[in-house]
Design a protein around this ligand. Sequence first.
Ligand SMILES: *Cc1c(COP(=O)(O)O)cnc(C)c1O
Ligand code: SF4
Length: 372
Amino acid sequence: MADEWRKLLKGSLRTPAEIARTFGLDLEEVKKVARHFKIQITPYYAGLIKRKGDPIWRQVVPDPAELDADSGALDPLSEDEDSPVPSIVHRYPDRLLFLVSHMCASYCRFCTRKRKVGDPAKIHPRYIEDGIDYIRAHSEVRDVIISGGDPLLLSDWRLESILSRLRAIPHIEILRIGTRVPCVLPQRVTPELAAMFKKYHPLFVNVHFNHPDEITEEAGRALGLLADAGIPLGSQTVLLKGVNDDPETMKRLMQKLLTVRVRPYYIYQADYVQGTEHLRTTVDKGLEILQALRGWTSGMAVPYFVIDAPGGGGKIPLIPNYVQSADEKQVVMKNYAGEVYVYPQPKDKAPKEKIRRRRPSIAPCLNVAPPV
Ligand SMILES: *Cc1c(COP(=O)(O)O)cnc(C)c1O
Ligand code: SF4
């Protein structure tokens, strides 16, 4: 049934009393967290929890540690500074974020937009018109990332009204949707939704999975409907302490994503968000995980590892250091298993001056993203 998802969503755990009772928490503490940050968990996602404090639990069950206001920032990526109208974050030359929904099916405790999600005053439907006008007026924008909150909590009708108007703008080449719905409320992905999306190609969907246990049969069905509609699927994963901060878990997640036709796109270092200190890892952990992926499993399963720089610097890719030394004669590097190999540079060198200028780009601390 097409509207089954609405019933499931309505049945979500959301009042402090329900949350405290279901998870055996102190009611007063839950109330305190709820005063600052939205709490909601779909019955489906709650059903994936196997035991107290497990990787699914840690992502959505509120924790008093969220009240620690000593570290982190409310708007760590300074999104509000790059926001010409409330629904737009325009940071890069040719693409922007378009925030169309304040709602999420389940609220992630680590969310970068914790300050905004769940609050209709901050991401209001009336801002959508302003967003579309802004995009129409900016012909340098060729790629719109529809995000929120979760865009898939809008009705098919509302989503289509946004997609069709964006598609009618001549300079918009591609549309992207960022959503966690296939992970937390897969029932929302219906054949009707997929058929509607299909009318607005080229349309990409980036989903958000953080643990292999999230890739269930239901999630597989939802992703299959989207993939069958010709939508290229990518995934974004946030590196989180006690959730996926070990190489084996992350490798399994990346491999399982491929089995449901999702190409891993980004692993994010957790943003420096207020109230999420208990979920952050070191950056080294991310590099260790990347090193445990590259070469050890399908290259298709290896995403970029990025830090979204605090202060609004954008996403910066980090890769483990494979280059040991590099000069005009040769590049010495380690392979995935730690063995050393040498690549001889061409004998026929470019003029000296050019080499000198180019050299910094092949310095041993090389930290560039591999080609896609
Ligand atoms: C992540 C992000 C994008 C998209 O970046 P890609 O690397 O192209 O996926 C665009 N705008 C903002 C503000 C972002 O944070
Ligand atoms: S689904 Fe996305 S926007 Fe919503 S709470 Fe989770 S991370 Fe934040």
